[in-house]
Design a protein around this ligand. Structure first.
Ligand code: NDP
Length: 319
């Protein structure tokens, strides 16, 4: 059985930053990459708010750079899906599907969050046939078509603006009149003449025919009438769910499944197990905050391995 001083699970900005710091501290981390190496940023286009890139940088390029930086200092990468953990004994045990069990003195969880779906009829049946959660991945297929983006957050604004590069018209459907998105992202979408708005409409069904999507059936909350908004593609941008299924019953999670850490640190309830990035962040969820918390996790972990951590959960706030 392989044994490591520290194992990082997940390779978004938090996991890779943790790996860079751990590798530079000579801790030779094993970094486990899941089904989406590089995390959510690999499905995004220009990143304009990551400091150090005045002209912006593409998401996949940023993640590739971070990975190379971690490798340069000795981080070891392994591809696999973690399907079980055992934190009840030391060393900790991590089971990777198809690759057996790995032992670790410490673990950093940075598995991020995944796109959410609405759960309405027609949605799952049409994934890959007109329904998508990734404009960067699938926008290209809708050149000259009419599209819908569902959601009112920053993701929806970003996707709507991006999709106008391909589509003739993009309609944003939001269940409320107000948008949750930041003002700058809203303004950018509103200024785009290819973006139209169907606000205060609850999505009911993705409607498809033999030759592809017809559109989205919605409930107009003002009139109480059902309407069909015609479109060739529907992009769902309604937020994310933390990737913590494999932790259930092994680590304290909040009501939404986020890992609970001691405020101001990356320590979980189990000494030696740390969490960073979107998997424990219900508030900021930015690439730069994820990277920052990855740095914190590596430093907390290093102190733990030196044996100098005093674990006190008495101050932990209820969520
Ligand atoms: P958010 O949680 O911010 O927004 C989700 C949106 O989807 C809301 O408008 C919400 O409506 C709507 N929604 C949720 N569930 C449903 C449902 N069942 N039916 C219909 N609508 C639903 O998620 P985002 O992914 O947009 O953003 C997450 C974080 O990432 C934010 O902090 C954001 O700022 C950040 N981000 C930053 C970007 C950037 O700076 N470039 C780009 C993208 C994201 P309601 O408001 O009614 O709850």
């Amino acid at each position: 059985m392989q044994k490591h001083k520290t194992v990082v699970i997940g390779t978004g900005p938090s996991g890779l930053t943790a790996a860079i710091y751990l590798a530079r501290a000579n801790l030779s981390p094993l970094v486990i990459e899941g089904l989406q190496p590089g995390g959510q940023l690999t499905t995004t286009t220009d990143i304009e708010n990551f400091p150090g890139f005045p002209d912006g940088i593409m998401g996949p390029e940023l993640m590739d750079n971070m990975r190379k930086q971690a490798e340069r200092f000795g981080a070891e990468f392994m591809n696999g899906w973690v399907d079980a953990v055992d934190f009840s004994q030391r060393p900790f045990k991590i089971t990777v599907e198809g690759s057996g069990t790995i032992e670790a003195d410490s673990v950093i969880i940075s598995t991020g969050a995944s796109a959410r779906y609405l759960g309405i009829p027609g949605e799952q049946d049409n994934i890959g046939r007109g329904v998508s959660t990734c404009a960067t991945c699938d926008g290209f297929f809708f050149r000259g078509k009419k599209l819908i983006v569902i959601g009112g957050g920053d993701s929806a604004m970003e996707e709507a603006s991006f999709l106008t590069r391909f589509a003739t018209e993009v309609t944003v459907v939001n269940r409320r009149e107000e948008l949750r998105a930041s003002k700058i992202m809203q303004d950018r979408a509103r200024e785009n003449e290819k973006v139209s708005w169907a606000l205060n409409r609850k999505p009911l069904e993705v409607v498809a025919g033999d030759t592809g999507l017809k559109g989205l059936k919605v409930l107009n909350n003002e009139t109480g009438q059902e309407e069909l908004i015609e479109a060739d593609g529907v992009f769902v941008a309604i937020g994310h769910t933390p990737n913590t299924t494999f932790l259930q019953g092994h680590l304290e999670l909040d009501g939404h499944g986020y890992v609970i850490v001691k405020p101001g640190t990356t320590e979980t309830e189990i000494p030696g197990v740390f969490a960073c990035g979107d998997v424990q962040d219900t508030k900021y969820r930015q690439a730069i905050t994820a990277a920052g918390s990855g740095c914190m996790a590596a430093m907390d972990c290093e102190k733990y391995l030196e044996g100098s951590v005093v674990h006190d959960w008495s101050e932990t706030l209820d969520r």
